[in-house]
Ligand binder design. Sequence first.
Ligand SMILES: O=C(O)CCC(=O)C(=O)O
Ligand SMILES: [Fe+2]
Length: 158
Amino acid sequence: MSSSLRIFIANLYPRCPNPDSALGMPPHSDHGLLTLVIQNGVGGLQIQHKGVWVNVNAIPNSILVNTADQLEIFSNGKYKSVLHRVVVNNEKTRISIAMANGPSGDTVVGPAPKLLEKRGCVSSYAPMKYKDYILSQQSNQLKCKSILEQLQIHEEGN
Ligand SMILES: O=C(O)CCC(=O)C(=O)O
Ligand SMILES: [Fe+2]
């Protein structure tokens, strides 16, 4: 991969009078390889672990690194992209800055051939051009891992 695509996202979650009936950001996984996140010390980010939403209590002055969809595809599922969401609270405003890092938009991403060869396994994901992946995800309005699931190849008879 000779170049990369980096998307800079600034998120503002104002305090909410009724936090139990609102979400700052719905459950989703990020489209790239790795996402770097910094935030203003106000919690709200949660990741799904074994079906349960877990608070991410960010360490002050740290950069959080989230695994994203192209990494899951490239590693043929070894590194799963993390499903996450943001909840709001009625006391403080959360601000976060996310830097999504991926290959160039024209890169067709599929499982790494050498990895498949070494492990003697078949591809579990259909290849797709990264920019088409982003467009599909955006037209689908952050619905969990729906685009990734569409690319998954399920072996018959298992
Ligand atoms: O506010 C956060 O920590 C998460 C932001 C996020 O998930 C995103 O921008 O994709
Ligand atoms: Fe995200």
